[in-house]
Design a protein around this ligand. Sequence first.
Ligand SMILES: Cc1cc2nc3c(=O)[nH]c(=O)nc-3n(C[C@H](O)[C@H](O)[C@H](O)COP(=O)(O)OP(=O)(O)OC[C@H]3O[C@@H](n4cnc5c(N)ncnc54)[C@H](O)[C@@H]3O)c2cc1C
Ligand code: SF4
Length: 526
Amino acid sequence: MRVVVDLTRCQGYGQCVFLAPDVFTMHEEALLYDLQPADERREHVLRAAAACPVQAIHLDRTASTPNDDREWAPVMEDGRIVIVGASLAGARAAEVLRREGFAGRLTMIGAEAGEPYDRPPLSKQVLTGQVPPEHTLLPRLREIDAEWLCGTPAAALDVAGKRVLLADGREVGFDRVLLATGTRARPWPDEAEAALEGVHTLRDARDAAALRRALGAGPRRVLILGGGFTGSEIASVCRELGLPVTLVERGPAPLHNAMGGVIGDVAAQLQREHGVDLRCGTTVTALEGDGGRLTGARLSDGSTIEADVAVVALGSVRNVEWLRDSGLAVGAWGVACDAGCRAVDSNGLVTDDVFVAGDIARFPHPLYEYQFMSLEHWGNAVAQAEVAAHNMVSDQAHRWPHLSVPVFWSSQFGVNIKSVGVPTFADEIVFAQGSRAERRFVAVYGYRGRITAAVTFDQAMWLEFYQRQIERAAPFPPDFRHVGGGADGGPVPARVPERLVATAGATVVVTGHDPAERRASLVHPG
Ligand SMILES: Cc1cc2nc3c(=O)[nH]c(=O)nc-3n(C[C@H](O)[C@H](O)[C@H](O)COP(=O)(O)OP(=O)(O)OC[C@H]3O[C@@H](n4cnc5c(N)ncnc54)[C@H](O)[C@@H]3O)c2cc1C
Ligand code: SF4
């Protein structure tokens, strides 16, 4: 059987640990679990799922009949729907389409062979060796009656002709299509250096298996390029395995890009306390090798590092190349869509039959001044896929907006870090509960006098409270009579990074004079 816990919801109450101790365990405040427990444990896991106060435990429920929880008749019950990208967002959308009563042909197109799996464990339990990479398959919430075309990527989308073209020459027609091709790891820019044995990236199960083998071989030192969530989690695993590790980060602190300088400083202290050789404000200028094998790296401060494993954790690239000639608003930032997940074309017009969800989507969020945002969060992929699937089979009057407040979790150095809202959408931050010294606190972010985000270190139970505060645009700083804190000083500047601008984006040009003939088109560099 397969289990996945929505760790953005999990508040660490531990009922699951009590009811199914062979499957769930608590490490400090972080929940760890076996993603593929033996079938004999099913009864226990079912009891744990039922007892979980926030209903965070998902497991296969393929025995349930289609349409059993349908509350209304969809507008589109037959025809053909194609989903491109058969991972978290794609698989969740397929389940929701069937739940909503779509009985027509459903085709899943995926570049990866095999069943959809969960990625967050790849930088955590899989690297420590607690969970084998093949035990990360996503549970099925219901049987997905679909035709699976996996192992071949889509190569182009013909919106007017309603066809997806596959790389092997096949064509798949559709009435509606969902684009969910996610992201891939940004590679090291020098191809020869990237090809050195010992240089890794981490995005899929094969990457995780290869990195696990490399770490298990006991390298003399691991070099990590980039101090975002992935790089920091890998550094944490290395220390857990007793491996010497150097992390090189261009910014002033790890997690700075996602959470700003104040939390970045806490993350930097945490890493140093755990023995990470952290080099901030520094970049790797070259990876060096001997006989095709990595031996070390040169840094921008003139120093050199000897290492036999390097992990390039420099963020991600959106898988949009196949959409380049589709006429959609596509760029390095993803595929633009409206809040109902309908893709926007290059003129800025909303399309009727093309939908977008997950890491590839760029959507306006009303809570954040309608600014377009792209999120690489597990919770967003699931929530957006559900909205997209619902809207694909609904008429205008029954469509939903994707309004969920972003949530994210990470576990590193024994600390359970969670965030709600958009921490970079802030000008100030205040520690509302707990203390930085104990690494146990709630930090609240504000923008022009309202609460826009909160980050917790081992204080996950406060997340829901702050989600409600964000949803109702509660004043910042929070009223300390209600939250009982504020002891760690008053609001200070959040020191969030300037908005990151894609360097290789397309340029938009507008041609024509008459309103009937004016058109925008994207000019891609190169
Ligand atoms: C190592 C790691 C750790 C993470 N940890 C966390 C975490 O702790 N918390 C959190 O909130 N989030 C985490 N995430 C992010 C989370 O996993 C993603 O947000 C989520 O996987 C997004 O789902 P998706 O379906 O949109 O995209 P993906 O999961 O990227 O899936 C896209 C799929 O589309 C396929 N594809 C690409 N191009 C094509 C094509 N042309 N044709 C057909 N198929 C194609 C890809 O092969 C892939 O299978 C982590 C991600 C990684 C990689
Ligand atoms: S919130 Fe649910 S999943 Fe998380 S520890 Fe508690 S019972 Fe387990």
